[in-house]
Write a protein that binds this ligand. Structure first.
Ligand code: ADP
Ligand code: MG
Length: 226
């Protein structure tokens, strides 16, 4: 499992011109390790994840997900690839208010055409893994912020992604809950061999990372061991 970005440039329309959000970015994320991405606000971290997730097509350069080159794929093909291969955890959990924690996960499997019974079993396993076995029947309003974020992570893992993309997952959590979420992501990455990218503003999380990538004005500055 791996994620590769090669010579990726992304621009956005900006008045009469274009704003360069990613400037010739090359990044290889091997499976089984945590790659942390740090950088000031507006440096391009979320854009990097959006391109890696194939949610935005870059102006140039290539994105290769678990060996599949995504350039030239149709919208439908990309949606299928994301469902099978990519887990995405954004800052806000975006859970569906009317669904229980277990159902939030089961919906993902149904989209992927799995059997309802298999989906239920898998959902319960993952909720157990994130320490929420006892909360499976609760709806989002009955969960704490930390618990919602853990449901969010479990949901991203529902279809066994090769690539896990996580954008500042602890910004709404206190220090202790944030640390628990990072520990969870690190453990799952190592056990499942996932190619994981973690965007974080919290220096305390970098100790868990196998590699640290700094983003500055859309450029990757350097990569250092923690
Ligand atoms: N959809 C968009 N349209 C135009 N400009 C954008 C858009 N998204 C982000 N930007 C700009 O691109 C740059 C990088 O943003 P972003 O990737 O969100 O950075 P970060 O996540 O590091 O804060 C910023 O200058 C931001 O204002
Ligand atoms: Mg961001």
């Amino acid at each position: 499992m791996s994620l590769d970005l090669h010579d990726v440039t992304l621009t956005y329309p900006d008045g009469d011109g274009r704003l360069t959000a990613l400037d010739r970015v090359t990044l290889n994320v091997p499976g089984g390790g945590l790659t942390a991405v740090v950088g000031p606000s507006g440096s391009g971290k979320s854009s990097l994840l959006a391109v890696a997730a194939t949610l935005i097509a870059p102006d140039r350069g290539t994105v290769v997900i678990d060996g599949t080159e995504t350039t030239g794929m149709t919208r439908g093909e990309l949606t299928g690839l994301r469902r099978r291969k990519v887990g995405i955890v954004f800052q806000q959990a975006n859970l569906i208010p009317s669904l229980t924690a277990a159902e939030q996960l089961q919906v993902m499997a149904r989209l992927d055409g799995r059997s309802p019974a298999g989906a239920r079993t898998r959902a319960m396993e993952l909720l157990e893994a994130v320490g929420l076995a006892g909360q499976a029947a609760r709806r989002p309003h009955g969960l704490s912020g930390g618990q919602r974020q853990r449901v969010n992570i479990a949901r991203a893992l529902m279809n066994d992604p090769a690539v896990l993309l996580v954008d500042e997952p602890t910004s709404a959590l206190d220090h202790e809950r944030g640390a628990a979420v990072i520990e969870l992501i690190t453990g799952l990455t190592r056990r499942r061999g996932t190619a994981t990218v973690l965007v974080t503003h919290d220096r305390a999380h970098l100790a868990a990372a196998d590699r640290i990538v700094q983003v500055h004005d859309g450029r990757l500055r350097h990569t250092a061991a923690p």
